[in-house]
Design a protein around this ligand. Structure first.
Ligand code: AMP
Ligand code: ZN
Length: 435
């Protein structure tokens, strides 16, 4: 039931003293990174004597990470770094996180802990359908599953027929998959005349990397005849492994022996009372390559009050309700609207007005970009317009990594904004959820 019973069920008092001790060690380590060196010495920070003092520390934001690119957050000599990962956004400097050998070991252990908690064992066959590479989703689970000892198939995303072929031939029992893709893949299984309960051995799916509703989870479970567990993580903390569901499936245990957790009002930055929704702020307390203090995740959630019947003492967060910034997550890929705007505005023939819509089509997210052409472009020939369409599509694809549906419109076709222009309309079922 437990990967590490002592740590997972540590009583709160001891857990909190472990946090305090690790937090002070982290402050010491973080102050070796150029960014924190300046910040902490400016505020005359010497260490803290109780966890309640955590809120005296400054926040760290994604913008700070970008500004200090490439090495401003590196807290160890380069020779101690064994890997880097980065976020999926490609505008300007990506947010880069450095991992030492120790960080990788801890990360593997965390993912193994999460997988074990959901019931994965050495005898399982694990098919990892998440992207490998700079994105942490694929690699994070890969090494966690290997650490646990399950046979791991590093298949990556896409190619549904092949996925199903592997699942049948090797008797896959566990998958890691985007929630949207889990539902899409199920339709392929049905089209092939297969019944997942009869023809497959699947029992567990880990779903994460993008917001999804309880209804989506239930649907995944019913269609496949399996248990689906929500998995939360972000590259800034390590990647997957930060918070996972236990068999109770009532919130995700956030591993407080590795992270200090706060939930704050996104406007004021002040803590919200336990149980109320706000922005999750995390401090990594075991990481050495890039320790981050009070990192503003921009993810909206709440702490679920009370103890979990599973016996674990680490607090639980609710499923992520949305973001406090305008980041969009399209099939697991993080995209900011500004990336789209900047790309469009660089293309001659494109006017000033545009609209981004996110639809759900066949369970997958689909990005639609409608953009007005400038007057001179529209006077051109039809082939000229087709050429422009191709350029817009290629440029957006290169910038964001996803293939949008592009519509070129005559100038003045989009509604003129009376106040602040509404540039993004999220039409997905979970798109409207707020704190
Ligand atoms: P990345 O740093 O590229 O791995 O992206 C991390 C972001 O993905 C998080 O900050 C969340 O916004 C989102 N995310 C990851 N896991 C989940 C999940 N289980 N539910 C909702 N959003 C998630
Ligand atoms: Zn539990």
């Amino acid at each position: 039931m437990y990967w590490n019973k002592d740590l997972e069920t540590l009583d709160r008092g001891r857990l909190e003293s472990l946090q305090l001790q690790r937090l002070n060690a982290t402050l010491e380590k973080a102050s070796r990174a150029p960014f924190y060196k300046t910040l902490l010495s400016r505020d005359g920070f010497r260490g803290i004597s109780s966890l309640s003092e955590l809120s005296r520390l400054p926040f760290t934001s994604k913008a700070d990470l970008r500004q200090a690119f490439p090495y401003g957050f590196l807290a160890v000599p380069l020779e101690s770094v064994v890997r880097l990962h980065s976020s999926s956004g490609t505008t300007g400097n990506p947010t880069v996180i450095y991992h030492t050998k120790e960080d990788i070991d801890d990360w593997q252990d965390l993912v193994a802990r999460c997988m074990y908690m959901a019931g994965v064992r050495k005898t399982d066959v694990f098919q990892n359908m998440m992207g490998y590479g700079l994105f942490t989703g694929g690699i994070g689970f890969h090494y966690g599953a290997e650490k646990l000892g399950a046979m791991t198939i590093p298949i990556g995303p896409g190619n549904s027929k092949r996925q199903i072929w592997f699942m049948r031939e090797f008797g896959t029992t566990v998958i890691h998959v985007l929630p949207s893709y889990a539902l899409r893949l199920a339709t392929h299984v049905q089209e092939m005349g297969l019944d997942p309960r009869r023809d497959l051995k699947l029992r567990i799916a880990f779903v994460g990397a993008e917001p999804h509703t309880e209804e989506t989870r239930r649907r995944i479970e019913e269609t496949w005849g399996i248990k689906a567990y929500n998995s939360y993580g972000l590259s800034e903390m390590c990647g997957p492994g930060v918070a996972f569901e236990c068999p109770e499936q009532s919130g995700m245990h956030i591993w407080e022996d590795h992270f200090c957790v706060e939930v704050v009002d996104p406007e004021t930055g002040k803590p919200v009372p336990e149980g109320e929704c706000g922005e999750l702020v995390l401090t990594s307390i075991t990481r050495t390559g890039t320790p981050l203090l009070r990192y503003r995740t921009r993810d909206l959630t709440r702490i679920i009050p009370g103890r979990c019947p599973c016996g674990r003492t680490h607090r639980r967060i609710d499923r992520i309700l949305g973001r406090s910034d305008d980041m969009m997550i399209i099939n697991g890929v993080n995209i900011f609207p500004q990336q789209i705007e900047q790309t469009l505005m660089r293309i001659p023939g494109i006017g000033a007005n545009y609209l981004i819509e996110i639809h759900e089509e066949n369970f997958m997210d689909k990005l639609h970009v409608s953009v007005e052409m400038s007057a001179d472009a529209f006077q051109g020939t039809l082939s000229g317009v087709e050429g422009l369409h191709g350029r817009v599509l290629a440029a957006l694809k290169e910038e964001t990594g996803v293939t949008p549906v592009v519509k070129l419109l005559e100038g003045g076709s989009l509604p003129a904004a009376e106040g602040k222009a509404v540039r993004v309309v999220d039409l997905r079922p979970h798109g409207k959820r707020e704190c």
